[in-house]
Design a protein around this ligand. Structure first.
Ligand code: ATP
Ligand code: MG
Length: 181
């Protein structure tokens, strides 16, 4: 099991302040009034995992995730989210007991990804997450309407979900890459 221990956000959507959330074992529930930023937390998790769909992130431009400013606060120029995973049982293919994935984006549109503070490509993030259940199109974050969407999806689309759950996505990905060479 890959456990999310901590989330650190700065400049991401409504997180104008450097924000740290600690998650224990078991269930964490986030409560708060409408518009207080609950969904922004799940957006931050998806975004840091490499989500590219602006629609999924509830925005229209890449830089929409950057804090836009408020009555008494100036807009920020950068958004950054780090996810710190417990890797004591080695589910992530890296020789560290804690793995930190970081994504940063600037208003210019430049994006940066890091694994344990070392710059990397988005592909490297996808590679280490493949088959952990945290990969692309995985069910790590189930948004509103997703359940309906799955129930009404085409068999071929539903099959992709089962493939991810069964852990064969990695092999299909490698096959595609090999065929492209
Ligand atoms: P609900 O209970 O209605 O689902 P919520 O707690 O999930 O609410 P969110 O959708 O997470 O709320 O937060 C929405 C808030 O985040 C809005 O007030 C919006 O203005 C703010 N927000 C979104 N993007 C940005 C941004 N780039 N800069 C500043 N604030 C932002
Ligand atoms: Mg919400």
């Amino acid at each position: 099991l890959v456990l999310l221990r901590r989330l650190e956000a700065y400049g991401f959507k409504s997180f104008a302040e450097r924000t740290e959330l600690e998650f224990g074992r078991g269930i964490t529930a986030i409560v708060g009034p409408n518009g207080s930023g609950k969904s922004n937390i799940s957006d931050a998790i998806r975004w840091a995992l490499g989500e590219q769909s602006l629609r999924t992130l509830r925005g229209t431009r890449l830089e929409d995730v950057i804090f836009v400013g408020s009555a008494n606060r100036r807009p920020l120029g950068v958004a950054e989210v780090s996810l710190i995973f417990d890797n004591t049982d080695g589910r992530l293919p890296l020789d560290f007991s804690e793995v930190t994935i970081t994504r940063r984006v600037f208003r210019s549109g430049d994006s940066e990804y890091y694994i344990n503070k070392t710059p990397c490509r988005l592909k490297d993030i996808h590679d280490i997450l493949a088959d952990t259940g945290l990969g692309r199109e995985s069910m790590t974050v189930i948004g509103q309407n997703k359940v309906d969407e799955i129930l009404s999806s085409k068999p071929e689309e539903r099959r992709l979900l089962f493939e991810e759950a069964a852990g064969i996505t990695k092999y299909k990905q490698r096959k595609r890459e090999a065929l492209r060479k």
